[in-house]
Design a protein around this ligand. Structure first.
Ligand SMILES: Cc1cc2nc3c(=O)[nH]c(=O)nc-3n(C[C@H](O)[C@H](O)[C@H](O)COP(=O)(O)O)c2cc1C
Length: 198
């Protein structure tokens, strides 16, 4: 059986999207596991956004079936006032039927985020994304301190999930520790998904 880990994210300026690519790389370091990268559409402040089903560039939009069919999930969002971004929350709020049927119960999951400032809410955003996943009965994984980058980083990287300090102009690149921790997180969820489905 082919094991699939869904890397689902929202990104407006690209920092969280870069993290998603590294996480997918980590997923695919585990033999027999494939990463599926998906995003969510931007939403309007005044009404439901009417968008094409296929984005102009980047990852395809996620469907509820992507969630239902995956064996593991890594969920990412830029920090917005210490919380996940509205487009991702909007998508998660459409998952009631999956919750009713228990479709995500027992699947491994992890979270990642990008911020402009060092203490601008990485941990709170990571935990904000964990809450709906716990309601769905998912099994949350963080990062263990055996990943030595957690001890050495002076920017992003937390035991609650991967994180990135993008800087006030959002141009700071993912550094070595942040990148290693993204890959480690993808690998960890992939390893769990494989074990739980073997
Ligand atoms: C409405 C809004 C709120 C934000 N709130 C925060 C915040 O609370 N803390 C922080 O450090 N950065 C905040 N940011 C900055 C973004 O989190 C940061 O630029 C992030 O790297 C963007 O990721 P992206 O390139 O994937 O869109 C905010 C940005 C916007 C537009």
């Amino acid at each position: 059986m082919s094991i699939e880990v869904l890397v689902l994210f929202y990104s407006r300026h690209g920092a969280t999207a870069k993290m998603a690519s590294l996480i997918a790389r980590g997923v695919e370091e585990v033999e027999g596991v494939q990463a599926k990268i998906r995003t969510v559409p931007t939403i309007s402040t005044v009404c439901e956004a009417i968008e094409d089903n296929i984005p102009d560039d980047g990852a395809l939009y996620a469907s509820l079936d992507d969630l239902k069919n995956c064996h593991g999930l890594v969920l990412g969002s830029p920090t917005r006032f210490g919380n996940m971004a509205a487009p991702l929350k909007y998508f998660l709020d459409s998952t009631s039927n999956l919750w009713l049927s228990g479709a995500l119960i027992g699947k491994p999951a992890a979270v990642f985020t990008s911020t402009s400032s060092m203490h601008g809410g990485q941990e709170t955003t990571l935990t904000s994304m964990m809450l709906p996943l716990l309601h769905h009965g998912m099994l949350l994984a963080g990062l263990p301190y055996s990943e030595t980058s957690l001890l050495e980083t002076t920017s992003g990287g937390t035991p609650y999930g991967a994180s990135h300090l993008a800087g006030t102009d959002n141009t700071r690149k993912l550094d070595e520790h942040e990148s290693k921790l993204c890959i480690a997180l993808g690998k960890r969820v992939a390893t769990l998904a494989k074990k739980l489905n073997s």
